[in-house]
Ligand binder design. Sequence first.
Ligand SMILES: [Zn+2]
Length: 244
Amino acid sequence: MYIVTDGIVLKRVKVSDYDKILTLFTTKAGKISVSVKGSQNPKSKMAAGAHPFVYGEFAISKSGRLSRATSIDAKETFYHLREDLDKLTVASYFLELVNIVTVEDVVNQPLFQILLYYLSYIDKSKDIKKMPLVKVAFELQLLDTIGLKPEMHHCVNCHKLSENPKFSVADGGIVCEDCYEFYPDDYKIGSVIQKLMTYILNHSLSDILNQEIDDILVKKIDVLNQQFLKHHLERKGFKSLMHF
Ligand SMILES: [Zn+2]
């Protein structure tokens, strides 16, 4: 079988000087591992495209267990991501997260579009101070695309609307005052965080970045998101964030 698809390189593993295995997130085949042979010539199109972050068109020959990339036409290499450590860290983390939540043969167009949009934004951005906000926004929007969107309106225990809630990581959303007692160890997030998370879940990154959002609030959402992701994705942590 032969497919031509848009894709983003999530990961590259060197097998030898000549051979690499790329993990791609594609619009037609979901996540797919492909071997790339003979891309040792740095001037070849294949070599230029066989790097993490590259967005391009991939021709893939599928036979047996491992597929092979027969051509790579890079549309965007996101070269400027690499110019700043914070930018590179956040962008690498996005690739890591997407690699964790995607599976073979399952297409997720909304997630693909979000990843592409956020990588483009980070690549062009000169405003490093915004990276923590960009990070938490991506996390929440990614959760939405994989059916793990935190419930921010109705109590996860009694389904009542709630405006001064706690947040239950395990149950995936807010808890109303009447149900506080059943969640003794969970944080009270209050209405400001509740509204902010709701806003982020329902707006584009450019809208979000136009808001004046206090760093302390971003930090609080960051802590919540990390707990949420670790719990629901069953991870102890994320490799790319070790030094962030
Ligand atoms: Zn309740």
